[in-house]
Design a protein around this ligand. Structure first.
Ligand SMILES: Nc1ncnc2c1ncn2[C@@H]1O[C@H](COP(=O)(O)OP(=O)(O)OP(=O)(O)O)[C@@H](O)[C@H]1O
Ligand SMILES: [Mg+2]
Length: 471
């Protein structure tokens, strides 16, 4: 991997020589300086992978320079160039954190080899860091992000139900975070030292799902050469997550019901029943009520599962969470790809805010991940997103109403919407105090009153409970 190297030596000839040797054999970008003070400024202003510095220089010696640059970047690698006479100082430099030293005069192989070693070592350190980070992320409690009222309610509810044995049903369209919620419940429960075992009912064919869940005994069917533990047993004392439960066949649903009701099951081919101590969480993107009507899902099973119900809304119904989620994913993928991307430009964010997201949060996550990979600066810009720029519409509401309305009607509707939104935000700000609201808007109190009446808005709903008496 090509890196960027800063070379400092007060002898110009030395710099020319080093430059020639290094650039003949490698692709590293080289910056040279004869003045250590200037070199330090360069170092501060730019990003380098390696600094090669002479020891004896006027103004500031190599050791001082090393100390100063390590204050800016404690992890920077440095190679010290030294004449034989000053070898002891070079050793001191190593103690102060220099990577290696090279005595002058040197052979070109020596310098190239040392640079190569530093670069490889650095790559290893970086990879190691990324690995450790990934591992930490994997073990960390899954981070559910959101600040909209619906999401905050969900977080609160997770905490409330996590400690109970209650069966949980999580519904919502694809990519809305159902699995994440299941994990969060398990992690917040007293069962968190035991396993969360997931069975994906879509992925497993009908014929094998029973033996997957309950296990089987030797000889139960062709190919059953020995006893096999089922997922239920693996999840003992932990949590069993039945993902995509809507895809489970009717017959299997009956057997599952028995497990839920009696805590008992029979491995395939076995005559003895076994007991299981489990907490059940189920998730689906089906409309189970409709499945019940169409006799695809057992009603009794539905009521068994639906003790506590989480319904995750599609992302477009909580657009206010898009910035928060976007930055969360930006951080995650910048770290994973070892890129220093910190911002999302205003226009890029507007594009993100205007998408439809049929794939919900997962889709947003994919967009950001791809953006991070293609981004060349420290800011995600519209081209990195590969998305259509929204047709800017002042009248999204009108478009949603479908078709074109006659001018007068369209205008009236827009004005009505404007009045409503404007007055609502006014009253929010003034906590339902009409005089104050009128003052904020720069209109007469009576006029505001009339507008409120026309829009059917009442100030009462905006008054906070513990208002100070002066309000
Ligand atoms: N609130 C959230 N905060 C952070 N990440 C989220 C959130 N919601 C979803 N995600 C991320 O989006 C992706 C999809 O989430 P998850 O797998 O939980 O969705 P799902 O509802 O189970 O989808 P499906 O129905 O397709 O299985 C995951 O990578 C998850 O980490
Ligand atoms: Mg899922």
């Amino acid at each position: 991997m090509a890196g960027k190297i800063l070379i400092v030596d007060d002898e110009k000839d030395m710099l020319t020589l080093l430059k020639r040797i290094i650039s003949e054999e490698t692709d590293h970008e080289l910056v040279t300086e004869t003045d250590p003070l200037k070199a330090f400024e360069r170092f501060r202003a730019d990003q380098f992978d390696l600094v090669i510095t002479d020891l004896k220089m006027p103004k500031m010696d190599g050791i001082r320079l090393l100390e100063e640059i390590r204050k800016v970047d404690p992890e920077i690698s440095t190679i010290i160039l030294t004449a034989f006479a000053t070898i002891e100082t070079a050793v001191e430099a190593i103690r102060k954190g220099a990577y290696d030293y090279i005595t002058k005069p040197f052979r070109r192989e020596r310098i190239l080899l040392t640079i190569d070693k530093v670069m490889k070592w650095q790559e290893m350190v970086r990879e190691n860091k990324a690995l450790r980070q990934a591992l930490a992320e994997k073990n960390a409690p899954s981070s559910l992000i959101g600040s909209t009222p619906v999401m905050r309610d969900i977080f609160e509810q997770i905490e409330q139900v996590a400690g109970t044995m209650a069966t949980v049903l999580i519904t919502g369209p694809s990519g809305t975070g159902k699995e994440l919620v299941a994990r969060a419940i398990h992690q917040n429960s007293t069962r968190n030292s035991k396993r969360l075992v997931t069975i994906n009912c879509t992925a497993i064919p009908e014929q094998v799902i029973e033996s997957e869940l309950f296990g089987h005994v030797k000889g139960a069917f062709t190919g059953a050469f020995k006893d096999k533990k089922g997922l239920v047993q693996e999840a003992h004392e932990g949590t069993l997550f039945l993902d995509e439960i809507g895809d489970m066949g009717f017959l299997m649903q009956t057997k599952l019901l028995r497990l839920l009701q009696e805590g008992e099951y029979k491995p395939v081919g076995s005559v003895t029943t076994q007991k299981a101590d489990l907490r059940f969480i189920a998730a689906t993107n089906h409309d189970l009520k409709a499945d019940i009507r169409e006799k695809r899902f057992r009603e009794d099973l539905y009521y068994r599962l639906n003790v506590i119900h989480f319904n995750l809304p599609p992302l477009v119904e909580r657009r206010e969470d898009i910035p928060l989620l976007s930055y969360h994913f930006l951080k995650k993928y910048a770290r994973r790809n070892q890129k220093d991307i910190r911002n999302i430009s205003h226009t890029a964010m507007n594009i993100l805010l205007s998408q439809d997201y049929p794939g919900n949060v997962r889709e947003l996550e994919n967009i950001i991940e791809r953006g991070v990979i293609f981004c060349k600066t420290d800011t995600l810009e519209p081209p990195d997103l590969f998305l259509e720029t929204p047709r800017s519409s002042v009248f999204p509401e009108l478009e949603q109403m479908g078709g074109r309305l006659p001018f007068r009607e369209a205008k009236e509707q827009m004005i009505r919407r404007f009045h409503e939104q404007y007055i609502q935000s006014l009253l929010e700000e003034s906590h339902g105090n009409i005089s104050k609201a009128a003052e904020l808007a720069g209109i007469q109190r009576q006029y505001l009153h009339r507008l409120m009446k026309e829009s059917g808005i009442d100030a009462e709903g905006f008054k906070s409970e513990n208002q100070d008496p002066g309000n």
